[in-house]
Design a protein around this ligand. Structure first.
Ligand SMILES: NC(=O)c1ccc[n+]([C@@H]2O[C@H](COP(=O)([O-])OP(=O)(O)OC[C@H]3O[C@@H](n4cnc5c(N)ncnc54)[C@H](O)[C@@H]3O)[C@@H](O)[C@H]2O)c1
Length: 418
């Protein structure tokens, strides 16, 4: 198969993107370092929840999709899209090692006339200051010999209404010709493409979107802590505020941030801002409030055990229900469940977990669903596969950090809610 475009990184972003382009009539090659991921795709198996194995199998059989570990595959394509992880280092600074290594591989195969687009979330300036010089080691000039742009991915894993195909896509090139070329490419797979003036504008827009979520979640998490002290139901307050048809957008409190984006991306901007003697105080404050939530939740669990069962955390059997970072998906990256489990273990609790989507987690295996066997069941992630009314019947005590039990929980007399 001669591919039209290459997507580097066959993960949560790369897989749906490859499907969108292949179904849009393009031949796509996925390049990934993980041999087992590549072999799985070529057998017609998907490892990403949003992309079905049936869809992958069909695209493979029709020679519209293939996967490889060999970067040489980028040499013959028209466009190369980079969808690689952008983590933080242990000191919480941007770690672009993966991006840099991939850019160096791409540079050694780059051809005149190709388009390269970075999709990974990162600080403003990455495309021009970091990726462009590495690609130019090829001897080719960005904007003259090849096109270069940034186009942030906005996929929300597990979501069916807004997908890669119908979520508007931003594109900012290092020249206007680069923007036009990238816009033209994305129009083949994505319904609405929105050009912006530069890669920096596109990079900053993606961060604004994620910071907006981090800050608003922190605001409602802070309010949840105050409501607990004032004996007001924060869930009732948020639902009541939702009845205002304008000027309010609803965010829910919870046990803390999770996933590859919201807990990490804002700190890419914090780091970059320091270069300009600027301190991103909203981001830091939101980070502090959100990071405190697992500790606050531990104290709720402790209070609930004291109040309902005259028990302490030490020695109690606790079932954590749901460990993925959000409902109905299997992604455990940055999940607050990890912190909550470790805090409970440190307090001397005997902790098990049950998650219909996650078989193994943090050295534990998902336990059979027997809520009656525990002193307390803690709902960390509200998967829809669980019948919460039945849980209330069966469990001795429930701490509900997601309002999964709703009004029935409040009436039951054995549910303690965030
Ligand atoms: N997951 C999301 O919901 C989401 C949403 C929007 C934006 N993003 C951003 O998109 C980017 C990618 O995230 P993701 O969730 O798809 O990551 P991921 O970890 O799911 O996938 C990345 C893939 O890249 C592969 N890989 C790692 N190093 C490689 C290398 N040197 N060469 C080739 N392949 C390599 C990995 O094996 C993996 O399959 C990140 O910057 C992320 O912040 C993610």
């Amino acid at each position: 198969m001669k591919a039209d475009l290459a997507i580097v990184g066959a993960g949560y972003v790369g897989m749906p993107l490859a499907q969108a382009f292949a179904e849009g009539g393009n031949k796509v090659v996925l390049v990934d370092v993980q041999r087992e991921v590549v072999d799985g795709i070529n057998r017609g198996e998907s490892h990403i929840g949003d992309v079905s194995s049936e869809a992958v199998k069909q695209l493979i059989d029709e020679h519209r999709l293939t996967a490889t570990t060999d970067y040489a595959a980028v040499a013959g394509v028209e466009a190369i899209l980079i969808a690689l992880p952008t983590p933080l280092s242990t000191q919480r600074e941007p770690d672009l090692a993966i991006l840099k290594a991939a850019a160096a591989e791409i540079a050694s195969h780059l051809r005149a006339g190709q388009l390269v687009v970075l999709e990974s979330t990162t600080y403003p300036g990455t495309t021009r200051e970091c990726i462009q010089p590495i690609l130019e080691r090829s001897g080719l000039r960005a904007g003259q010999d090849f096109h270069l742009a940034f186009s942030p991915e906005r996929v929300d894993p597990g979501r069916a209404d807004w997908t890669t195909q119908n979520t508007p896509k931003l594109v900012g090139g290092i020249t206007s010709a680069c923007t036009e070329r990238a816009t033209e490419l994305y129009r083949r797979a994505i319904a609405t493409v929105v050009p912006v003036s530069s890669p920096e504008a596109a990079e900053m827009t993606k961060l604004l979107e994620n910071i907006f979520r981090a800050v608003n979640i922190a605001l409602v998490n802070e309010l949840a802590q105050l409501c607990e002290r004032m004996d007001i139901d924060v869930w009732e307050v948020v639902e009541a505020a939702e009845t205002k048809p304008f000027g309010f957008m609803s965010f829910k409190p919870g046990p803390g941030l999770g996933g590859h984006c919201i807990p990490i991306d804002p700190f890419y901007l914090t780091w970059k801002a320091r270069e300009y003697d600027f301190y991103t105080e909203f981001i830091e404050l939101a980070g502090k409030v959100n990071a405190n939530m697992p500790y606050f939740c531990r104290s709720l669990i402790s209070q609930a055990l004291n109040h309902y069962a005259q028990k302490s955390l030490s020695g109690s059997r606790i079932l954590v229900l749901g460990v993925s970072y959000k409902a109905d998906i299997d992604d455990v990256r940055e999940t607050p469940a990890e912190k909550i489990i470790s805090l409970l273990q440190r307090a001397g609790s005997d902790v098990s977990y049950h998650d219909p989507h996650v078989e193994e987690f943090d050295g534990l295996r998902s336990s059979p669903y027997s809520p009656e066997m525990y002193d307390c069941v803690v709902i960390v992630t509200a998967h829809t596969a669980i019948d919460y009314d039945e849980l209330i019947e069966r469990a001795q005590l429930v701490v509900d950090l997601r309002n999964a039990t709703g009004g029935n929980g409040a009436r039951s007399g054995k549910v303690w809610k965030l």
